[in-house]
Design a protein around this ligand. Structure first.
Ligand SMILES: [Zn+2]
Ligand SMILES: [Zn+2]
Length: 91
């Protein structure tokens, strides 16, 4: 029986399987929680059973508070919001 991907929940077949952090992932689903950069067994850093890239590994001291995963998410949301707001209306 094939395991399910920890990211997308779909079945992972042997050819695309990454076994890491006690879970199974599609190669394409094994990416940084923050920037979505695709990772591999050598480049990932695990934190709380989630993969991170070198620069977003949470235990690292951030140069700016704005770089935390939560703040990044909020910033992306507000950017989407402002893009939406600045759309020119039908004229
Ligand atoms: Zn997946
Ligand atoms: Zn990252």
């Amino acid at each position: 029986m094939n395991p399910h991907c920890a990211r997308c929940g779909k079945i992972v077949y042997a050819t695309e399987k990454v076994t890491c952090l006690d879970k199974y992932w599609h190669k394409g689903c094994f990416h940084c929680e923050v920037c979505k950069m695709t990772l591999n067994m050598n480049s990932y850093k695990g934190y709380e059973k989630k993969p991170y890239c070198n620069s977003h590994y949470p235990k690292q001291t951030f140069t700016s508070v704005a770089d935390t995963p939560e703040n990044l998410r909020l910033r992306q949301q507000s950017e989407l919001q402002s893009q939406h707001d600045s759309k020119p209306g039908p004229q």
